[in-house]
Design a binder for this molecule. Sequence first.
Ligand code: ZN
Length: 129
Amino acid sequence: MEFTVDTDERLTIVDVTDRVRDAIPDGVESGLCTAFVRHTTAGLVVQENESRLRGDLEAFLDGLVPDTGHAHDQPDGNADSHLRATLLGPSVTVPVEDGDPALGTWQSILFVECDGPRTRTVSVTTVGD
Ligand code: ZN
């Protein structure tokens, strides 16, 4: 299963918890679910979806990685996006219980766009029974 995520800013965060939940096949009650971004300048994290915290995370990534001064800027102009995505990683794996992602009360699956605006593909693989 896969779904797409559209963004309208360069560095932005989208809650994809419901879309991952919808991608878990009917009939799988217990197992593991991995969501994976098929891109080198976006990532996935499990974190609280609170608007000010999303802003804090964006500012955190922006502050950790300078926009300019990287070798890859020569061919592509987006080294900062690759480096930010490297810090996040391309996937999250969550347990599946009763057919749903078994997240904590304050946990959401957040897609982090580091080189938008773009349309991205997220694949969801579920193993279990
Ligand atoms: Zn690049």
